[in-house]
Design a protein. Structure first.
Length: 317
C-alpha cells in the first residue's frame, strides 16, 4: 500500500462536471421538472417516516435527483460523433440511459458511475481521459436521474442499474480481465459493488467515494458550511442513535473489505462534501489497496488534478 500526498499541478480551476452558476454557457436547464418528484429510501429497510435522519436523507436525495434532471452538458469537441447513447434493459420493461463510447472498437472497457446531482452528460472530460488510455467507456445513468423516467431511487434501484450494466458488458462478450471500474462520490459505492460481482476485473478506482450513509450524514451535520435545520441539529446532538438505521445503506466500507480487485483511491484534502477521512477509513479496510492519493485541493469536483492522477494510474496499470 502506498499513500501519496500530491499537490495540484495546475492552479487554474477546471470543473469537469460543470456548475450551472459558473458554466451557464456549457449547460442548458430542463425546466420541465415537477418539484413534487421525490426520492425515498424505503426499499427493503422499511425506515420509519418519523425518523429525522431518514427525512433529512430523503430531502438530500430528492434535491440531487431533481438537479440531475435539470442540468445537461452538450458534447465536448473531443467526443463529438463518438458518443453512442443507448438503453440498458433492466427487469421487466424498465430501462436506463447510458453512454457506450468505443470509437476504436476495442475490447477493453471502463465502466464509470457518476455522483449525485449529476447525469452522464456532465462528466465527459473523464470519458475522454479513458479514451486516451485506449479504453472504451460504459457510463450508465441511475434510475430516476438525468434522462431516465422519474422513479423512486434507493440502494436497491441502484443494484438493478449495476446488474443491468454488467449484463450489457457480458452480452458484448467483454472479458472480466478487460474491465476497469471507476466511481465518483456516490458512484464509489456502485463501483465497489461491481468489483464484488467481477472479482477478475483489472482495477477499481474510487474518486472521493461515499462511505456508509450514516457516516456521510454525520460529516454534513458537523460541517459548518451546510445549513442544517436547528431541530435536526438538536435531535442529532441529544439522540445520535437516530443515524443507526442509515448504517445499512451504502455499506462501501464493508464491501470494500471483501474485494480483491486492485484498488486506487483519489481524494482532495479540501473536499467539504465528503471529507478525506472517508477515503482514509476505506483504505484501512481494503486488502487490495495499491495507492491512496491525497490531493491538496480540488474539492469534491472532478477537476484537472484528479484527471491527471487518473491518467498516471492508467498508464502504470
Amino acid at each position: 500500500m502506498r499513500i501519496t500526498q500530491v499537490s495540484n499541478v495546475l492552479n487554474r480551476k477546471f470543473a469537469v462536471c460543470p456548475n450551472i452558476a459558473e458554466n451557464k454557457n456549457k449547460t442548458y436547464i430542463n425546466k420541465n421538472i415537477n418539484p413534487a418528484d421525490t426520492v425515498v429510501f424505503e426499499g427493503k429497510l422499511h425506515l420509519k417516516q418519523y425518523n429525522p435522519a431518514y427525512r433529512f436523507c430523503m430531502k438530500l436525495f430528492e434535491r440531487s435527483q431533481i438537479a440531475s434532471r435539470r442540468r445537461f452538458s452538450p458534447p465536448i469537441a473531443e467526443l463529438k460523433g463518438k458518443i453512442n447513447e443507448i438503453q440498458i434493459p433492466l427487469t421487466g420493461r424498465r430501462k436506463i440511459t447510458a453512454y457506450d463510447i468505443n470509437p476504436e472498437n476495442t475490447d477493453k472497457y471502463i465502466i464509470f458511475f457518476h455522483g449525485t446531482s449529476q447525469n452522464i452528460s456532465n462528466c465527459q472530460q473523464i470519458y475522454n481521459e479513458f479514451l486516451k488510455s485506449k479504453y472504451a467507456v460504459l457510463a450508465p445513468e441511475y434510475s430516476g436521474f438525468g434522462k431516465n423516467k422519474t422513479r423512486m431511487a434507493d440502494e436497491y434501484t441502484l443494484e438493478e442499474d449495476i446488474a443491468g450494466s454488467i449484463r450489457y458488458l457480458k452480452k458484448k462478450k467483454i472479458k472480466p480481465a478487460n474491465i476497469g471500474i471507476v466511481g465518483h462520490s456516490l458512484g464509489g459505492f456502485a463501483a465497489t459493488r461491481v468489483a464484488e460481482e467481477i472479482p477478475q476485473a483489472s482495477f477499481l478506482i474510487l474518486i472521493s467515494p461515499v462511505n456508509t450513509l450514516s457516516y456521510e450524514v454525520d460529516n454534513i451535520v458537523n460541517n459548518k458550511k451546510f445549513k442544517i435545520p436547528k431541530l435536526f441539529q438538536y435531535i442529532y446532538k441529544h439522540y445520535p442513535r437516530i443515524l443507526n438505521p442509515l448504517e445499512k445503506i451504502f455499506k462501501t466500507e464493508e464491501r470494500i473489505s471483501k474485494t480483491r480487485v486492485p484498488l486506487y483511491i483519489i481524494h482532495s484534502a479540501n473536499d467539504n462534501l465528503i471529507p478525506v477521512k472517508s477515503s482514509k477509513a476505506l483504505a484501512l479496510k481494503s486488502k487490495s489497496l495499491r495507492e491512496l492519493v491525497i490531493l491538496d485541493s480540488g474539492g469534491h469536483r472532478l477537476d484537472e488534478s484528479k484527471l491527471n492522477t487518473i491518467h498516471e494510474i492508467l498508464n502504470k496499470i
